[in-house]
Design a protein around this ligand. Structure first.
Ligand code: ADP
Length: 375
């Protein structure tokens, strides 16, 4: 088991593409860290640098106390699971799992045999060991690919979108199995995905990445409650947080956040913002809005209704800006109607309009730990 540290790590391809632009990440011993971000933000490149499959243009990567920048992949004690499984089609599952181990001279035949039996047992694929990849389902292939990493007993596990080729139901099942596997093995793991649900459900902590940079590294609930900027706020949570142009005003000692079509009174306990902010943006999650019986504080003109079973998703506009609401599913709402909404005043987020950095979160004490500002 080991820690991982990335310090000011940069990856430039040729001279004109900076895929990773100076990232710092510290992963604890035995931790499951998920790196999440949109396609092209530099996640795979980061993982490939950790595995030694890409060189590092600048900065340092450490496993434990050792800088491993120049160490070849085979000497890093790292195993990687790829999105496309990367299995040899003409070899059985067992051969795929052990390929290269016997010839490496590092393992005896007995050790290899025992490692395969253990990994197969852990992953419940003992009956499949004689089959070739073409005779396995997607989920079974993924298990074999994971088995291949386990037999090598690596200190560090790297996973690059390992579930994205599976159908939705299997993805959810395999997600739970990966969580169990990690709890059992306690290997330091870095897992890359573009799927925020996967990130939130699997990660001890989640690093949100955009444009080659880390935006925030935190526990899932902290990311959701205390996003450090608008990017994280909108990336985490589904449907995305609503963000509307807003200003802060003061009226007779009471503070309001207001904009086109809404005026919400702020809770008293928030003394840490200036009383007058003219150009800001307010963030309100769809689940923090409710359709009110009486007069609310936001008027939504409904353009789409989507019954989701556990909620009714309403989409519409407020003063020309789009807004969605997770409403009570048994409420009758028709397209074209204007409904009055109330927002939970303890669940508002205020962002700078120009930089997108958070100004403040109105939540009071949902979490004792404040957000960790990322350098
Ligand atoms: P992600 O995994 O987040 O989708 P990647 O790390 O694969 O992103 O890619 C980050 C950026 O680097 C993208 O703009 C991509 O086009 C670029 N890139 C990745 N690999 C190479 C390469 N071998 N040569 C040039 N550019 C690359």
């Amino acid at each position: 088991m080991t820690t991982i540290s990335l310090k000011d790590v940069v990856k430039r391809y040729d001279d004109d593409v900076t895929a990773v632009n100076g990232i710092d990440i510290e992963v604890n011993d035995g931790e499951f860290l998920v790196v999440v971000g949109p396609s092209g933000c530099g996640k795979s490149t980061t993982l490939r640098m950790l595995a030694g499959l890409e060189t590092i243009s600048d900065g340092a990567i450490r496993f434990g106390d050792d800088v491993i920048n120049g160490i070849p992949p085979k000497d890093r004690n790292v195993a990687m699971v790829f999105q496309n499984y990367a299995l040899y089609p003409h070899m059985t599952a067992e051969r795929n799992m052990t390929f290269g181990m016997n010839s490496s001279g590092s393992y005896t035949d007995d050790e290899v045999e025992r490692a395969v039996a253990d990994a197969a047992d852990t992953l419940d694929i003992t009956d499949l060991l004689d089959r070739k990849p073409g005779e396995l389902s997607g989920g079974e292939r993924q298990r074999v690919a994971i088995g291949r990493t386990l037999v090598r007993d690596p200190e560090i596990l790297l996973m690059d979108e390992p579930l994205s080729n599976l159908d939705a139901k299997l993805r959810v099942e395999m997600r739970a199995e990966l969580a169990e596997l990690h709890a059992e093995l306690e290997r330091t793991t870095i897992y890359v995905t573009h799927d925020q649900t996967e990130a939130m459900t699997l990660g001890d902590r989640v690093a949100v990445m955009n444009d080659g940079q880390i935006q925030q590294v935190d526990e899932p609930q902290t990311l959701y409650d205390y996003p450090v900027n608008r990017f994280v706020a909108e990336f985490v949570g589904s449907p995305s947080m609503n963000v509307l142009p807003a200003r802060i005003s003061e009226d007779d000692g009471r503070r309001f956040v207001e904009g086109d079509g809404f005026r919400i009174r702020l809770p008293r306990a928030n003394g840490n913002i200036g009383s007058e902010i003219d150009h800001a943006q307010v963030g309100i999650r769809p689940e923090d809005l409710t359709v009110s019986e009486g007069a609310g504080t936001i008027d939504l003109s409904v353009s789409v209704t989507e019954p989701l079973g556990e909620s009714l998703l309403l989409r519409g506009t407020v003063g020309g800006n789009e807004l969605s609401v997770k409403a009570d599913p048994r409420r009758e709402v028709t397209v074209g109607e204007t409904v009055s909404l109330t927002a939970d005043p303890e669940r508002l987020h205020l962002f700078h309009s120009d930089t997108g950095a958070v100004i403040y979160h109105s939540s009071s004490g949902a979490h004792e730990r404040p957000p960790t500002p990322h350098p």
